[in-house]
Design a binder for this molecule. Structure first.
Ligand SMILES: C[S@@+](CC[C@H](N)C(=O)[O-])C[C@H]1O[C@@H](n2cnc3c(N)ncnc32)[C@H](O)[C@@H]1O
Length: 288
């Protein structure tokens, strides 16, 4: 499969205007806003270390604007927890596995899992400016990087993943909040590249917008906050018709089995996640 959009930089990696101090590209600004919201909602030392002060101010403002729309606010807690649950489930009984987190942004999850499981090999990938800034934040907070964690910079819409990973294959590859920023032909290109970097039986875990999730996010008190988020992060380019569309799109690039779950379905498995949770994104678990 050839890259349908050529080697040019992805829209999220290009310089664009947005809230000052939150980064030069839409990609970086989306990671900053999420880190800011998380640090305000869940002020743990790690979430605080990963957010910049401007990000927390903007995050606090977005939360105030969304006040009363708890199902959408709960998504900020539920989505990373759902990923953690799915990663742990996939890696159960595979202590020396290789886990790759694409578009890791300012999520501390790769760092946390690398520390919790010293035998696990962890690679995280994001745009160069995000990775450089993340490394500075770990250093500033005196959070030592564990030896089983590697950080790699790449524009994943332009560079094949196999090149980024130098041909190394993984047991699980995740992409939290990435695919919606690409048109569907590019999503398929990324999914195909991920499959080439998975071991036999490996799993790609991602989430993507559908017509139903966009409709749900277009109503309620959180709409204004979401509009500000989207204006600074970039709009959804890849929107699926429905879960069956995910099956076809991932199936067409060779995945042998594709499971889909709506956000609230996964949240039900997680007793510590506050409910209700909005149907804000569709989870796709694609098996190589
Ligand atoms: C919505 S944020 C999600 C970040 C993180 N996964 C989280 O949940 O907080 C999207 C992430 O995708 C990254 N990203 C966007 N376009 C990218 C690209 N072309 N290549 C690599 N990373 C990209 C951004 O830098 C950003 O960290």
């Amino acid at each position: 499969m050839t890259d349908p959009l050529g080697e040019q930089a992805s829209p999220t990696a290009r310089e664009s205007s947005g809230i000052l101090g939150l980064g030069r590209s839409g990609g970086q600004r989306s990671a900053e806003m999420l880190a800011g919201i998380r640090a305000e909602l869940m002020p743990t030392p790690e979430y605080i270390a990963m957010a910049r002060p401007t990000g927390r101010v903007i995050g606090g403002m977005l939360l105030r604007l969304a006040r009363g729309d708890q199902p959408k606010i709960n998504v900020v807690i539920a989505r990373p927890e759902a990923y953690r649950h799915l990663i742990a489930q996939t890696l159960r009984d595979k202590p020396g596995a290789h886990y790759v987190e694409l578009a890791s942004g300012f999520l501390p999850r790769p760092w946390q899992l690398a520390r919790e499981f010293p035998q696990l090999r962890v690679t995280e990938v994001d745009l160069p400016e995000v990775i450089a800034e993340k490394q500075r934040r770990f250093a500033r907070a005196k959070l030592t990087l564990p030896p089983n964690l590697r950080m790699r910079s790449a524009d994943l819409g332009a560079v094949p993943l196999a090149e980024v990973l130098a041909g190394e294959r993984a047991d699980v590859i995740t992409a939290e909040g990435l695919l919606g920023y690409f048109p569907l032909e590019k999503v398929q290109f990324i999914a195909a590249g991920v499959r080439q970097s998975l071991k036999a039986g490996g799993v790609f875990i991602a989430d993507i917008a559908t017509k139903e999730t966009i409709a749900e996010l277009s109503t309620g008190k959180g709409v204004q906050a979401l509009a500000i988020f989207r204006r600074n992060a970039g709009s959804w380019l890849g929107v699926l018709d429905d879960p069956a569309h995910a099956q076809r799109l991932f199936g067409a690039v060779g995945y042998s089995r594709v499971e889909t779950y709506k956000m609230p379905e996964l949240a039900e498995r997680l007793p510590h996640v506050p409910k209700p949770v909005a149907n804000a994104t569709l989870f796709v678990i694609a098996h190589n």
